[in-house]
Write a protein that binds this ligand. Structure first.
Ligand code: SF4
Length: 173
């Protein structure tokens, strides 16, 4: 399976807890004013990579504890990201997914959009919502603006509503 990427960061400490392998998907429909990753917007930009190659790289890493899906908008290629997520989770890596959609919209969209449920189910922690320039706050761990939430996806899917995590919760998981 091919996935279109804006890039890969193999050892990041700013995209979720611990040292993480970060996959930046290409293509984003949100167009947030103030976005620092405008080069990720074009769905035809970036480059194609084989999802199995990425999985292989993650499994070979001796220091990352988890994988982060960022963008761009990972749900733009939900099936490919969920394929990677399922495989790396089998080997004990946790999954953080960033999305410009809020959790409630993702639940609704999942009814009709291919791969959305699968990507939600393989995500441990979702950082949701668009970047809002007026709420920009560089002091927040792992996110850029105050509207963005850290969501425990497993608990949220069980309860049918967003179960939020505090900054402390995500730093110590
Ligand atoms: S969701 Fe992220 S990548 Fe997309 S426009 Fe907003 S800040 Fe940029």
């Amino acid at each position: 399976m091919k996935i279109r990427l804006a890039g890969i960061e193999r050892e990041s400490v700013v995209d979720g807890p611990g040292i993480r392998f970060v996959i930046f998907g290409q293509g984003c429909p949100h167009r947030c004013p103030g976005c620092h990753n405008k080069h990720t917007w074009d769905p035809k930009g970036g480059y194609l990579m084989d999802a199995d190659e990425i999985i292989k790289e993650v499994l070979q890493s001796r220091i990352v504890r988890g994988v982060t899906f960022s963008g761009g908008e990972p749900f733009y290629q939900a099936s490919a990201f969920s394929y990677i997520g399922r495989e790396v989770k089998k080997h004990g890596f946790d999954v953080v997914t960033y999305s410009g959609y809020v959790f409630e919209d993702l639940l609704e969209l999942a009814e009709s959009r291919e791969g959305f449920w699968e990507l939600l189910y393989c995500t441990d922690y979702l950082i949701d919502g668009p970047f809002i320039l007026a709420q920009k706050d560089l002091s927040l761990p792992f996110r850029g603006s105050r509207n963005q939430r850290i969501i425990d996806v497993k608990k949220s899917l069980e309860k049918g509503r967003a179960v939020l995590m505090s900054d402390w919760d995500i730093l110590v998981v």
